[in-house]
Design a protein around this ligand. Structure first.
Ligand SMILES: [Zn+2]
Length: 223
């Protein structure tokens, strides 16, 4: 059964959905399994042209700790990691722990739905040009997190990576000491804050991030 808090949240979500995606139908499952929304969303393609996408949004636990799942309900597109569409027709929207929308409040859900619109527009751009437009995450969690760590630490070479990696994995380093990266700056005014941003990412199980990062840096050095 749903608690009264859950019920209030789903009712608040219904208003947000009605505002952003007015043609969707929102159903709360009395069994306590959550809620879902189905229906067409209008995507502004610019120059007065619009496209429609039939979506299914699933708000089941761990929502609202995690965002709702979003599915290509009509199976309009063939699953393809290049367009961030998984084999079960769920869109792969944002990387957990890196760029995950905070939907703890109805305002957060509103922002999530608004961010979905440019993502859907890019699906149609993909149809036209045959590739995902704009900057792109590497495919697969391991490559994407490796890329995220390289960018966050602004890594240019493997030696710098090796000097900072133990700290990302929890080794203590005093702020006043010289940063292990070799910049000559105190750690506190060099890499300390950026390392702290990555402590959760380094703990993700079943990823060989160290090898993936060395691989990417090697590739970048040779290109
Ligand atoms: Zn540094």
């Amino acid at each position: 059964m749903l608690t009264s808090d859950q019920l209030m949240r789903y009712e608040a979500d219904r208003l947000v959905l009605g505002e952003i995606f007015p043609r969707m139908t929102h159903k709360i499952l009395a069994s306590g399994a959550g809620a879902f929304a189905t229906g067409e969303v209008d995507v502004d393609m610019g120059a007065g042209s619009w496209e429609q996408v039939d979506l299914r949004l699933v708000f089941s636990p761990p929502y609202p700790i995690r965002p709702p799942k979003v599915f290509d309900r009509a199976k309009r597109w063939t699953p393809n990691m290049d367009r961030h569409l998984m084999p079960d027709h769920e869109f792969c929207l944002w990387l957990a722990l890196v760029d995950q929308p905070d939907v703890a409040t109805p305002g957060g859900l509103r922002e999530f739905l608004l961010r979905l619109l440019p993502f859907l527009r890019d699906q149609f751009v993909f149809d036209d040009v045959g590739h995902w437009p704009g900057p792109e995450w590497a495919h697969g969690a391991q490559s994407a997190y490796a890329q995220h760590i390289i960018e966050t630490l602004d890594l240019k070479d493997i030696a710098t990576f090796r000097s900072l990696w133990p700290l990302v994995n929890g080794r203590r380093w005093k702020s006043a000491r010289a940063c292990p990266c070799g910049s000559g700056q105190p750690y506190g005014s060099c890499h300390e804050r950026r390392v702290a941003q990555l402590l959760d990412v380094a703990q993700i199980p079943n990823l060989d991030l160290s090898n993936a990062i060395v691989g990417r840096l090697t590739l970048e050095a040779s290109s």
